[in-house]
Design a binder for this molecule. Sequence first.
Ligand SMILES: Cc1cc2nc3c(=O)[nH]c(=O)nc-3n(C[C@H](O)[C@H](O)[C@H](O)COP(=O)(O)OP(=O)(O)OC[C@H]3O[C@@H](n4cnc5c(N)ncnc54)[C@H](O)[C@@H]3O)c2cc1C
Length: 207
Amino acid sequence: MKRPEDYAGKRVIIAGGGDSALDWTIHLAELTSSLTLIHRRNEFRGALDSVEKVRKLKHEGRIHLITPAEVTDLQGNGKLVAITIEKEGVTETIETDYFIPLFGLVPKLGPIAGWGLELEKNAIKVNNALDYSTNIPGVYAVGDVNTYPYKMKLILCGFHEAAIVCQSIYQRLNPHKKFVLKYTTVSGVDGFDGSRKEAEKTGCNSY
Ligand SMILES: Cc1cc2nc3c(=O)[nH]c(=O)nc-3n(C[C@H](O)[C@H](O)[C@H](O)COP(=O)(O)OP(=O)(O)OC[C@H]3O[C@@H](n4cnc5c(N)ncnc54)[C@H](O)[C@@H]3O)c2cc1C
């Protein structure tokens, strides 16, 4: 979805029930001549705020919402013309210019799967009690690619894991140096332009 403007004035059908389907429905409803959201359940799995926005768009007649229904066929010859849906045993054909299926991600490890790393459910097992190291010494895994008990695939968790891994790698590379935790707000940070960036200091004068 790199050029949302391509959908301006077009008939668009989105299928899916998660955040991506809801977000794009809300965004494209402003641009398209007709927007239909199809989901196989009546309940959506996205953020409550987005679900409410989509319901509001439907009540205002700005989008069509079809649930519970599944897309069963696409029609066209080199170019999409219509889709077929099945809703509670009834088949219906809807003409459209675009069909956007947003059914989620299927993460694949690719060549990493063959590295000898311990895997579980298509993710790399790490030691979360220590430093997110894998079973191969010197190889760490952070972010969505790793797994451990209570793992949450969130940006916040990935950043936390990365900070722990960095200090562990630092210790590994500099076994005789003491690791000192510093705050960038206090000590500043080296910018990409080579200069030192420091937070503005506020003084406290006594009179
Ligand atoms: C629809 C949706 C909504 C979300 N909303 C939120 C939210 O509101 N808040 C939140 O905290 N989290 C949210 N998340 C989760 C969040 O996006 C992820 O937890 C986070 O992006 C994981 O970061 P990552 O760096 O581990 O992986 P990714 O962001 O997936 O980055 C991995 C990168 O590696 C690249 N890559 C893959 N294979 C190779 C290879 N062989 N060589 C080189 N590069 C490669 C990929 O192209 C990708 O750029 C959401 C996720 C989705 C799908």
